[in-house]
Design a protein around this ligand. Structure first.
Ligand SMILES: CC(=O)N[C@H]1[C@@H](OP(=O)(O)OP(=O)(O)OC[C@H]2O[C@@H](n3ccc(=O)[nH]c3=O)[C@H](O)[C@@H]2O)O[C@H](CO)[C@@H](O)[C@@H]1O[C@H](C)C(=O)N[C@@H](C)C(=O)N[C@@H](CCC(=O)O)C(=O)O
Ligand SMILES: Nc1ncnc2c1ncn2[C@@H]1O[C@H](COP(=O)(O)OP(=O)(O)OP(=O)(O)O)[C@@H](O)[C@H]1O
Length: 445
């Protein structure tokens, strides 16, 4: 039976234009998996019958496969039934290697450069769709996508909020947005969860942004949108650890390198018309915190805590207050808020909780490695913490007071000072189209 598990097979996808349901089929030895997407109804039938949509369905089949592939992570992947371009092939190698980098690292699996991808000859995609000038803004329920929403709203740029598997904070925050959202429901194969409980199968992290993005591309093709806008910050490009000769990044599919590969695939699939970029790429997390704090509109509706986004639950409350994201987001909002506002948002002033000293030492690079979570750069966390030590209403908070001398000794004052200044400057490395005039909008108070 093990021998039969040495190839992961990705079959072609099916789409029912009447129900709007897409099905993606996979094989691993004797096991069969079907993942379903409910893409809604109300699109023009001709769009569903286009070559461009069929091609993106094949790309989606290949990308959504990561969830099932990881059960055994065999060294051969058979994608011969799929029509994929050269750009898709490059993107897929990146997703199955770097996108699963954390999964390989934590399971001690060496796969970098060792996977045999069996592709059919590359196609040159023929675009037969128009791509109307409309934007989908991906909403994650947290501060980042809401900063994009706020920037676009301030600039009077119309957009449609979009989310995969909306729940909890995604719903409560999209409720605060004037434009009606588009939602897609995603159903993982139940066989995945059955096998997760059995010995001999691996489990771990998957590149969720790659997954949400390719689902967004299906919606763009079906309903007619020419831009997919993400809200990934510049620190998403920093890795966590070295493993098997590569830097491994928990947030790989939020990185700028990944964004460029995905954009190239989408452009190739759409005759150069489907854009894909992150509006927040010029910004540090600290800068995003500063921009978020400008409005209180979302304070009681958003959450950055990933406990909310598990497959089969709604999350106990918006913020668990115990995970690296609850800690980190408190840290980068604090410089721009008084303690009471932050406590009202998160439900607790974690910066005044001495039991969290270990967690903040890790976040700011004083011990261990950057947590496997969506948190900013370690120097960013260190500089934010150090900055708080110079603010009247934060300097006596337990974490701030205890860690200031440790930060001074570890990094030195000049490094922390210049890191803080740099965090508030916008970076030039991004793919934000000129027409968004982002910096000007962001600077306006
Ligand atoms: C919500 C969350 O953070 N989940 C991670 C957690 O999974 P857990 O088992 O605690 O709960 P579930 O999410 O309900 O997952 C149940 C099982 O299903 C598998 N699975 C889930 C989604 C999927 O698309 N494919 C799947 O195979 C999952 O492996 C479980 O067995 O721990 C998992 C293992 O480390 C993580 O894989 C779960 O992460 C979710 C896929 C997820 O959506 N995470 C995002 C919040 C996230 O981490 N985003 C990153 C960006 C990553 C990127 O490269 O894009 C970030 O924001 O930094
Ligand atoms: N369920 C989802 N559906 C669609 N897009 C999503 C979803 N979850 C995340 N995203 C996209 O991925 C980006 C990164 O997710 P992330 O969780 O880091 O951001 P966020 O939720 O906006 O903010 P925060 O960092 O506070 O959690 C989001 O800004 C959004 O563009």
């Amino acid at each position: 039976m093990l021998a039969a598990m040495n190839t992961f097979i990705i079959d072609s996808a099916e789409f029912n234009a009447e129900t709007g349901e897409a099905k993606f089929n996979y094989r691993l030895g004797e096991h069969r998996f079907t993942e379903r997407l409910e893409l809604g109804v109300g699109f023009d039938l001709a769009r569903a019958q286009s070559n461009s949509f069929a091609h993106l369905l094949d790309l989606a089949a290949a990308i959504l496969g990561v969830s099932y592939y990881k059960l055994k992570a065999p060294k051969t992947i058979d994608l011969t039934t799929l029509n994929l371009s050269e750009a898709d092939q490059i993107l897929l190698r990146d997703i199955y290697e770097n996108g699963l980098g954390e999964f390989y690292t934590r399971n001690k699996l060496k796969r970098f450069g060792q996977i045999d991808y069996q592709f059919a000859p590359a196609i040159t995609p023929t675009n037969d769709l128009d791509w109307p000038q409309q934007s989908l803004v991906l909403i994650g329920g947290g501060k980042d996508s809401l900063v994009s929403v706020d920037l676009l709203t301030r600039a009077n740029i119309p957009f449609t909020p979009f989310a995969v598997n909306p729940k909890g904070p995604i719903i409560s925050s999209t409720d605060q947005i004037e434009q009606s959202p588009l939602f897609v429901r995603r159903h993982l194969s139940p066989t995945l969860f059955e096998l997760n409980d059995q010995p001999g199968f691996y489990n771990g992290h998957v590149p969720s942004t790659a997954i949400n993005s390719v689902v967004a591309s299906l919606v763009a093709a079906l309903y007619g949108y020419n831009e997919i806008i993400l809200s990934n910050e510049r620190s998403a490009s920093e890795g966590n650890v070295e493993f098997d000769g590569r830097e491994v990044n928990h947030q790989h599919s939020k990185s700028l390198d990944f964004e460029q590969l995905m954009e190239t695939s989408f452009k190739a699939a759409s005759g150069g018309q489907l854009g894909y970029f992150s509006l927040l790429r010029p910004f540090s997390e600290v800068r995003i915190g500063q921009l978020f704090a400008r409005t209180q509109k979302f304070d009681q509706h958003f959450s950055s805590c990933n406990e909310n986004f598990k497959q089969n639950q709604d999350g106990p409350k918006r913020w668990c207050t115990n995970c690296p994201k609850c800690h980190f987001v408190s840290l980068i909002l604090a410089p721009f808020m008084e303690p009471q506002r932050l406590t009202d948002i998160v439900g607790k002033n974690v910066l005044n909780d001495a039991t969290k000293l270990g967690a903040f030492r890790e976040l700011s690079g004083l011990t261990g490695h950057k947590p496997w979570e969506c948190v900013g750069e370690i120097l960013e966390a260190a500089a934010a913490l150090w900055h708080l030590a110079h603010q009247d209403h934060w300097q006596d908070a337990a974490i701030v007071k205890t860690l200031k001398p440790e930060l001074d000794a570890f990094y030195g004052v000049p490094a922390l000072e210049s890191a803080w200044d740099e965090l508030l400057r916008d970076a030039n490395q991004h793919n934000v189209p000129e027409k968004y005039q982002l910096n000007e909008i962001a600077r306006a108070s």
